[in-house]
Design a protein around this ligand. Sequence first.
Ligand code: R5P
Length: 281
Amino acid sequence: MKIVAGPASQVLASRIAGELGCELLLSEFRVFPDGELYTRVHGEISGDVTIVQSTPTNTDLIHLMQLIDACDKAKRIDVVIPYFGYARQDKRFLSGEAVSSRAVAKAISADHVYTVNIHDENVLGYFNCTASDLNAAPAIGSKIKSLNLKSPIIIAPDEGAMNLVSSVSGDDFDYDVLQKHRISASEVEIKPKKLDISGKDVVIVDDIISTGGTIAEATKRLQEQNPGGRIYVACVHPVFVGNAVLRLMNSGVSEVFATDTIEHILGCTTVAGIIAAEFKE
Ligand code: R5P
């Protein structure tokens, strides 16, 4: 099998190729003067090819489509989209709206698509081929263990993150979800549903951190209940729009870490092994 790395996933693709001991084809990505994109895969495209490319931006999505087209001489094309953008636009809320995740999924043609902790698994059904979602939770759980925190509690910032948090915790950690109570028209109280966090380290885990608003708010509220308690933050997909990291640090977070589904300096927990395992004989 040969691996083709898209521009958004060069580090992760190299790690996967290293895990599998397979050839990594070099590619070229350029922008024409009018803004159109150019993609070329160098080397011999034959046999089974796996393309690895996250799609945090529209440009990355076009490169992915171009890479798939460039590999049309391959016997089989598997596509790994570690971070699948548009997955949060998974439903039609108002008449006339595009279900954007469906529109994007339909535009990707491959023999099999792999995603990692896609925001909504229903989106997998929109692809025209078989699709599977891989789980980065074991990698995040191992990273938390390596921090040697004192009886940490893993916290989901909302119900949507509960499955992920339960999977990250496994049998190793207690976990809980934040609950919002409205105190008055202008005041809300956010606290864990069941567990008392006093004197404990907390790790808030979410699938995506985009603007950082969700986690910054959760952090502030948790600190009000447990002043001085350390708060760590982990996510699978470090989208980190604008000043998201600063927002998190300003809210009092001790450390933020993420996986390498999106290339970011804080994305130090690799999912390469989890993806490579799918391709091992
Ligand atoms: C939402 O359902 C997601 O799981 C994340 O909680 C959300 O995308 C985070 O966005 P932000 O960082 O902008 O608050």
